[in-house]
Design a protein around this ligand. Structure first.
Ligand code: UDP
Length: 397
């Protein structure tokens, strides 16, 4: 009998997500390959998830992402309600060999708190590990709850207690990498592209400034907070400014978007996204944060588009400077490299993607980690040990 994994994708978006959805996309990329390797997958997502799995568990009928615009005290129960459903399933059934969890902070906290009553768990850290220092700094999951990063650079920034639980990192993958080395090249246009959420860390303001200074055409593609299209954002009232990404857009990016040298096309999906990136001379990542995993980076390689980036976070792990991209230390260095990007061979990008970033490679690595986590989960820690001198019957008035 093969391994059964409860894959917890969380309550925010169905799997696969209809458009933007980093974590849900990773799950959608990983699960088919795991199943091909003989793993039975019980997916915990929302009821409208359409990914083929062996079983779907859900608490919410559909993705709760829209609720995230409301104040914290109105939405903080959503991931807990979802986890409640997961915990109930783990308590009621005995066929789950391992939980692979992707729910930020709450997933890790709940699985740790479950104690030895639940089996081994692997929690994938998809985000910046400078976050949640109070949780990560004091984590104690015993030998039962383990974590993995999505890059070595990301884990290197984690607090020691979190790193003590780590079983390594697994780079992200994209279905676009499958046979990318055998696809014919796409004719390039003259533009550069920044694909990603419009948010300070991704540095769209830096990219737009460079485009004006260095004189290249730049297309910005991605949502601004919950607004997917320019018309939607234009129609939004002043309350939209409560969202920090909307404020970033209005204050720092929009003044540089002239519709000519720099354009914003909103969120692009599917074939339109691939065409936009494949036709670009380069993908620009003028990063202002330590990029943890960089899905858009490996997608660009798979589409035969070299990467021009500030080499922060995972970028030096994903990009070979001078072959698949050019990495600068800062904005000034990036400006110098724009002219050189034409000398990179797009075939090298596609070859690298098909060698390193396919879903099959990622799934193989996760199966190895599942095995490691299960084998090391021999000494469970009980955070609430039972005191035999205490009468367990309920107290009656
Ligand atoms: N994305 C997309 N359309 C957009 C902008 C982004 O489909 O308009 C996708 C992009 O292709 C990638 C994901 O969103 O798959 C972003 O993941 P990444 O790890 O690059 O950034 P994150 O937002 O998770 O920090």
């Amino acid at each position: 009998m093969g391994l059964t994994v409860l894959m917890n994708a969380g309550p925010w978006l169905p799997v696969p997500p209809p458009g933007y959805g980093g974590i849900e996309n990773v799950v959608a990329t990983l699960v088919p390959e795991l199943r091909r390797l003989g793993v039975r997958v019980v997916l915990a997502s929302t009821a409208d998830a359409t990914l083929p799995v062996d079983e779907l568990l859900s608490v919410f009928p559909d993705g709760q992402f829209g609720a995230l615009q409301r104040p914290y005290n109105q939405v903080c129960g959503i991931s807990h309600a979802h986890l409640n459903g997961v915990v109930r399933a783990l308590r009621e059934r005995d066929d789950i060999d391992l939980v692979h969890d992707h729910v930020e902070a709450v997933g890790l906290a709940v699985l740790t708190a479950m104690g030895p009553g639940s089996g081994p768990a692997l929690h994938t850290l998809h985000w910046d590990l400078g976050k949640h220092p109070d949780l990560y700094g004091y984590l104690d999951g015993g030998d039962r709850v383990r974590v993995n990063g999505v890059s070595a650079a990301q884990l290197a920034r984690a607090p020691q207690a979190l790193r003590d639980h780590a079983v390594g990192h697994v780079h992200l993958a994209t279905p676009l990498a499958v046979a990318a080395d055998r696809r014919p090249p796409v004719e390039k246009s003259d533009h550069l592209v920044i694909l990603g959420r419009i948010t300070p860390g991704k540095g769209q303001h830096v990219g737009a400034r460079l485009a004006h200074q260095a004189g290249f055409d730049l297309v910005l593609a991605g949502p601004v907070g919950p607004y997917l299209r320019p018309e939607e954002l234009a129609a939004a009232g002043p309350e939209a400014d409560q969202n920090p990404d909307v404020r970033y857009w209005r204050e720092q990016v929009a003044p540089l978007v002239d519709g000519d040298r720099v354009r914003w096309v909103g969120m692009v999906a599917g074939g339109a996204r691939d065409e936009l990136v494949a036709a670009a001379r380069a993908s620009l990542f003028p990063l202002c944060w330590e990029e943890p995993g960089g899905t858009a980076v490996i997608e660009s390689l798979a589409l035969g588009t070299p990467v021009l980036a500030i080499g922060r976070g995972c970028l030096p792990e994903l990009i070979e400077h001078g072959r698949t991209g050019l990495l600068a230390e800062d904005e000034e260095g990036l400006a110098d490299l724009v002219r050189e990007v034409g000398r990179l061979d797009e075939r090298d990008c596609r070859r690298e993607a098909s060698r390193r970033f396919t879903p099959a490679t990622m799934a193989q690595r996760y199966v190895e980690l599942y095995d490691r986590v299960r084998r090391s989960a021999t000494r469970p820690v009980d955070p609430y040990p039972v005191d035999p001198s205490v009468d367990p019957s309920p107290v009656r008035a």
